[in-house]
Ligand binder design. Structure first.
Ligand code: SF4
Ligand code: MSK
Length: 671
């Protein structure tokens, strides 16, 4: 029987997406949503049981005891597939970090048109962590030394990656003892590829040990470097009002969407779009100006620093084009669908590739060069403006939500304690008291194999009800934003009583948007600061915290998950596992799957699991948090104990006569 087609409501939880899916159907155009319906995944490859590492294969193993032509067993093949995915993910994040380091170096030498060092305080703080002298030196001198140090991390051959010193001391010791300390970023990725060439590393556990080392070179290396430098050059994020969803596109303006990951070009496009010369050029073309918005993690970068709206997350890239209102979609690296060009051919939209690493046949290529960034940004905007006259019929969904992004770890530190007492103490205290049950980081992509945004927002909402503070990054953060979970008090009535008290008292939303997917390094920093603050154990694996990627799809997500596990975190992926095996058909074919859970937990205190059912994800998250609370001898979570302070308490007190209110507030006996 043919599979029944899913309705727009079954394909996406987002009302704007549902409207655009109906539009695509009317126009007879395919999207990732419909292609996912038509293209069934290969069950052998999907289980990680297919090897195509050499010309004797591909070898597809489907029976007990079967091996590849070279003799490779299922677990070896799965471990090799897994590490290759992690190496690709780590390479993508880290190469992003490398480009940021080159930009920092160019800025230090006055060779990067349009860029300045915006956050000198962060530059000085980061430089001093590595003993780079800062006193009496100009920001450019310090930036030059920091850029050199960071660039050197990529080609370093031996020793220890410098940023690793920012992990808890006990964790560093564990990595030394387990012999998984990352040595150099490029070295770990190259070695992962070498080990998986035909005839190399055949021991699954040994292969996976290097997978962990490779992922660590991403999280505590390339990604952390990318985040540091983005903050130094473009400013450390702080809360700012923004908007999300396709309704941010404007009928009377030239709509330019920036999509991808690196903030270098997009920041410059933001500057160029506000240039009087460009505004005048747009007006001459009959538009009110240039309306910039973002997709995917580029959206997060400019949203949390400049308040530029996010048009959507990963699965919105095609939907934005379907509005007919986008003059140009400017892309750089990662998560850019090749389908964009063909789809754009049905409208007037220009797809403009900009990275020397990424070209798509049929797209206009305007190569970015940080030495003349502003000039190139203006050239791109002129292309878009010239295209405004070609716009045809438009369908912009009137759907958008406000949000407050920008919760860098620096800001969280500040918001909890103020300028003079910046500290994680109040957060730790709230967890220790049980007001906050624990912390969940909900991150990662969209995947058209599940209902867009549904798993993200379902899990987020349920954990909030259970007094779990949620931090989010990447496309998961945009999912929550689009569905209205990132706006201050808007959703507080659905939040557990203890967490609600904390949110009301500190004045924060219960879901903190911490940035793009490289910014998962910020989550590592928050966890480290929680450890250093005291009261929640002396290493990350003791904190009542869980990481979740409910709608993951990219190899970067696997790298992120693995470095989090190695840092001591329990990580739950939604959807299916790329190394699930078929235990019902081939015995023991889930050995690797079990190893990255039980085996890794014994080694690193963190574990990785793939759980398709969202209720089971929530159950395991809460069980883990409660187990960690018990191990720390913290009081068991009890929602009935809290909910009598914060705004609610103040409102109650306002009803009382003055003397009784003073008595309640200050303990002064009422006369
Ligand atoms: Fe087959 Fe071995 Fe070649 Fe893989 S490496 S394709 S298992 S022969
Ligand atoms: S963009 S890696 S779909 S989060 Fe960072 Fe979104 Fe996942 Fe790409």
């Amino acid at each position: 029987m043919p599979k029944e087609k899913r309705s727009p409501e079954e394909l996406s939880a987002d009302p704007a997406a549902q409207q655009m899916l109906i539009r695509a159907e009317e126009l007879g155009l395919s999207t990732a949503f419909t292609r996912a319906e038509e293209l069934a995944p290969c069950n052998i490859g999907g289980a990680g049981m297919c090897c195509k590492l050499c010309g004797m294969g591909p070898c597809r193993l489907t029976k007990d005891g079967q091996t590849g032509i070279c003799g490779a067993t299922i677990d070896t093949i799965q471990a090799r597939n897994f590490i290759r995915a992690i190496a690709a993910g780590a390479a993508a994040h880290s190469d992003h970090g490398r480009d940021m380091a080159f930009t920092l170096k160019a800025v230090a030498h006055g060779q990067a048109e349009g860029y300045t060092i915006r956050d000198i305080a962060k530059l000085r703080i980061v430089a001093s962590k590595y003993n780079i002298p800062i006193e009496g030196r100009s920001p450019e001198e310090i930036a030059n030394d920091l850029a050199d140090l960071y660039i050197a991390q990529f080609g370093q051959q031996n020793g220890v990656l410098a940023p690793v010193i920012r992990a808890p001391r006990k964790r560093q010791k564990l990595w030394q003892e387990r012999r998984i300390m990352p040595r150099g970023i490029d070295r770990e990725v190259v070695e992962a590829l070498h080990r998986t060439h035909i005839g190399d590393d055949q021991d699954p556990e040994h292969i996976l040990e290097h997978a962990v080392r490779t992922a660590l070179s991403d999280g505590w290396g390339g990604s952390l470097i990318a985040t540091d430098i983005s903050d130094i050059l473009f400013g450390t994020p702080a809360p700012i009002l923004g908007q999300a969803n396709l309704g941010v596109l404007k009928q009377d303006m030239v709509n330019v969407i920036v999509h991808g990951h690196e903030p270098t070009l997009s920041e410059m496009i933001v500057a160029a779009s506000q240039d009087p010369e460009i505004i005048a050029y747009a007006r001459k073309a009959g538009a009110k100006g240039v309306n910039l918005s973002g997709i995917c993690c580029t959206a997060n970068e400019i949203l949390m620093r400049q308040g530029i709206p996010a048009a959507g997350n990963f699965l919105h890239q095609e939907l934005a084009i379907l509005t007919g209102a986008v003059e140009a979609m400017v892309v750089d690296v990662q998560c850019i669908m090749q389908a964009l060009v063909q789809l754009a051919g049905n409208f007037h939209t220009k797809i403009i590739t900009t990275s020397p690493k990424v070209k798509i046949k049929g797209a206009l290529h305007i190569e970015f060069d940080e030495h003349k960034a502003l000039t190139i940004a203006k050239q791109i905007l002129r292309e878009a403006i010239d295209n405004f006259k070609n716009r045809g019929e438009t369908h912009i969904p009137d759907v958008r939500e406000d949000l407050i992004p920008g919760f860098s770890h620096e800001y969280i530190n500040y918001m909890l304690g103020g300028s003079y007492r910046a500290s994680f103490r109040p957060l730790n205290d709230a967890i220790m008291a049980g007001r906050i049950r624990g912390v969940a980081a909900i991150v990662g992509c969209n995947n058209p194999r599940s209902k867009q945004d549904y798993l993200h927002t379902y899990v987020t909402k349920e954990l909030l009800r259970q007094d779990v503070l949620v931090v989010e990054t990447g496309c998961g953060a945009i999912a929550s934003a689009k569905l209205g979970l990132l706006l201050g008090e808007a959703g507080l009535e659905h939040v557990g009583p203890g967490l609600r008290e904390v949110c009301e008292t500190v004045g924060i939303p219960p879901v903190l948007h911490m940035g793009s997917c490289v910014d998962n390094s910020r989550i590592l920093t928050v966890l480290t600061q929680m450890v250093e603050e005291g009261g929640l154990g002396d290493d990350i694996d003791q904190i009542p915290a869980v990481g979740l990627a409910p709608e993951w799809m990219s190899e970067k997500a696997l790298s992120i998950g693995t470095y989090c596990v190695a840092s001591g975190v329990y990580v739950i992926f939604g959807g299916s596992s790329p190394i699930s095996g078929m235990p019902d058909r081939v015995s023991d074919s889930d050995r690797v799957l079990r190893y990255i859970s039980e085996g890794w937990e014994a080694l690193y205190g963190g574990k990785m699991e793939f759980v398709a059912d969202p209720d089971e994800m929530i159950r395991r998250t809460l069980a883990h948090i409660d187990k960690k609370r018990a191990a720390l001898n913290l009081p068991a979570y009890d929602p009935a104990r809290f909910g009598r302070s914060g705004d609610r308490r103040m409102l109650e007190l306002e009803e009382l006569p003055l003397a009784e209110r003073r008595a309640a507030l200050y303990g002064v006996p009422a006369k």
